[in-house]
Design a protein around this ligand. Structure first.
Ligand code: B12
Length: 211
């Protein structure tokens, strides 16, 4: 089994200690941080997802996998090269109301920070009101919203409507993401963009602040 596959297997098994030591071994052997994320840590979640869907894994086990993945991410985070191309642009991020998924959001935050963004992470289950208050407080250039459930996707629309009602829509660009989303949905709810993954988000956000 390759070293990346061993990390993936340890994530799937929900074994934080093994994820830590195997990730450290990969780092010590000179593996690129993003390869460790994509081919090791996230590859582990790719094993979890279909098993959860098929009812072969249950919530506590998935939570253990998420915890194991987070341990690996902690080691990789400081190694992601940082550049300051985004200047000090603030990116406000949150998982929308009713939604507790944060693995993908946390990854996007990590990659944005490595791209020089000052990220204010509001966490999970963020109400439209909280997004609006945070825009007033932090004056971000970009607001990012994450949803993983088809039932919470509409909270993004609600949030954009409240941002508009508060007179703040012209002050911010809005990016949306999460597994069930697609570009036409982003357009339909009035977002400025959809990104399929964390690296695409960093690139789109950097282009937005450059203009
Ligand atoms: C892990 C997981 C959980 C964990 C979450 C742990 C955590 N801390 O996040 C737990 C066990 C808690 C959980 C709970 C539930 N889950 Co769940 N979960 C998943 C699972 C297996 C993996 C999600 C994940 O982390 N993927 C890995 C990350 C890296 O991918 P990602 O999130 O898509 O993020 C990437 C991109 O989308 C993008 N991106 C993400 N966010 C953003 C934001 C912006 C701004 C941008 C630009 C881009 C971007 O970049 C990321 C990195 O590249 C998915 C299966 C799946 N296929 O997605 C189900 C899944 C999302 N869950 C599902 C369900 C049903 C639930 C529950 C309702 C189960 C239940 N019966 O209680 C609850 C809901 C809880 C709630 N209210 O939110 C369903 C949703 C079905 C649907 N159509 O809505 C799925 C699809 C599983 C399935 N049935 O197939 N879940």
């Amino acid at each position: 089994m390759s070293d990346f596959k061993k990390v993936a297997a340890a994530v799937f098994e929900g074994d934080p200690e093994s994820v830590q030591s195997l990730t450290q071994q990969l780092i010590d052997s000179g593996a690129a941080p993003l390869d460790i994320v994509n081919n090791g840590l996230l590859a582990g979640m790719d094993i979890v997802a279909p098993k959860f869907k098929a009812g072969e894994m249950f919530i506590p086990e998935v939570m253990m996998s998420a915890k194991a993945l987070a341990e690996g991410m902690k080691l990789v985070k400081p190694l992601l090269s940082t550049d300051d191309s985004a200047g000090v642009a603030t990116f406000l991020m949150g998982t929308v109301k009713g939604d507790l998924h944060d693995i993908g959001k946390n990854l996007v935050v990590m990659i944005l920070e490595s791209g020089g963004f000052n990220v204010v992470d509001l966490g999970i289950d963020v109400s439209p009101e909280k997004f609006v208050d945070a825009i007033k407080e932090h004056r971000p250039k970009i607001v990012g919203m994450c949803a993983l459930l088809t039932t919470t996707m509409m909270a993004m629309k609600e949030t954009i409507e409240l941002i508009t009602e508060a007179g703040l829509r012209d002050n911010v660009k809005i990016l949306v993401g999460g597994a069930p989303l697609y570009p036409e949905f982003a357009e339909k709810i009035g977002a400025d963009g959809y990104c399929v993954d964390a690296v695409a988000c960093k690139e789109m956000a950097a282009a937005m602040v450059a203009n």
